[in-house]
Design a protein around this ligand. Structure first.
Ligand code: ADP
Ligand code: MG
Length: 245
């Protein structure tokens, strides 16, 4: 479903991704762990060309692109394969909840208005936000805004949903409602890549954990393998530090 080969990204002479290889199956939920600055966000952003990779091949579903030869049209098509949920929601403040979810269905997918509305309402129902359809983001809590941005992602019915620290900006009491929505999506076996620091959530929700450091994948395995018997020293240190926090 998703294949990444030798993905590299430099920002000037700072080599942030140093040759990432990924192979993710349809329906798999993959959690990416790693210290701050290890390249997790850059990796997610390269998968939809929000950042342009310096080198490497990305395949999502049937679409394969190579950094050396990619065309504008490929980028446009690649972006339709995934949807991203950001730490800071990225909602339009001048649009209502429903309008936020519907926007890309009208503009990108070019669906008829009624169909786009129906799909948006289904997505909002799924995340428990249908009652707030006509509210503006500024009147919502962070947890509610994040649930709207998840609705916006699932409404697009992408092949993969990318989550970049979806609960990191939230007050602790609002984290649970967002994680619970993501857990529901995992139960439906949607393909997801989730960057998170929520360890018990990671353990519960993921089929596979990838540990990144310094632009490399240091180690990957099942949650049991990574949490109970990590092999690499860097992984052990990282988990130990988290436990003592
Ligand atoms: P993580 O998400 O794991 O914390 P990032 O992918 O955000 O890590 O960042 C990895 C490295 O890339 C950091 O050193 C960061 O400073 C650098 N970086 C990220 N985005 C940019 C950018 N747009 N321009 C220059 N450097 C960047
Ligand atoms: Mg990040």
């Amino acid at each position: 479903m998703i294949k990444v080969k030798n993905l590299k990204k430099n920002f000037k002479d700072n080599e942030v991704l140093k040759g990432i290889n990924l192979d993710i199956k349809k329906g798999e939920v993959v959690v990416i762990l790693g210290p701050s600055g290890s390249g997790k966000s850059t990796l997610l952003r390269c998968l939809n060309y929000l950042e342009t990779p310096t080198n490497g091949e990305i395949q999502i579903s049937d679409l394969k692109v190579d950094a050396k030869s990619i065309k504008k049209k490929d980028i446009y098509n690649l972006r339709k394969e995934s949807a991203m949920v950001f730490q800071h929601y990225n909602l339009f403040n001048n649009k209502t909840v429903l309008e936020n979810v519907r926007e890309a269905l009208l503009v990108v997918k070019k669906l008829p208005f009624d169909e786009a509305t129906k799909i948006s309402k289904e997505a909002l129902t799924k995340v428990g936000m249908i009652e707030k359809s006509d509210f503006y983001p500024s009147t919502l809590s962070g947890g509610q805004m994040q649930r709207v941005s998840i609705a916006r992602a699932i409404a697009l019915n992408p092949n993969v949903i990318l989550f970049d620290e979806p609960t990191s900006a939230l007050d602790p009491e609002l984290v649970g409602e967002v994680l619970s929505v993501i857990k529901d999506l995992a139960k439906e076996h949607r393909t997801m890549i989730i960057v998170t620091h929520e360890m018990s959530f990671a353990k519960e929700v993921s089929d596979r954990i990838i540990f990144m450091a310094d632009g490399y994948i240091v180690e990957e395995g099942t949650p049991l393998e990574i949490f109970e018997s990590p092999k690499e020293e860097r992984t052990k240190q990282f988990l130990k530090r988290l436990k003592s926090e």
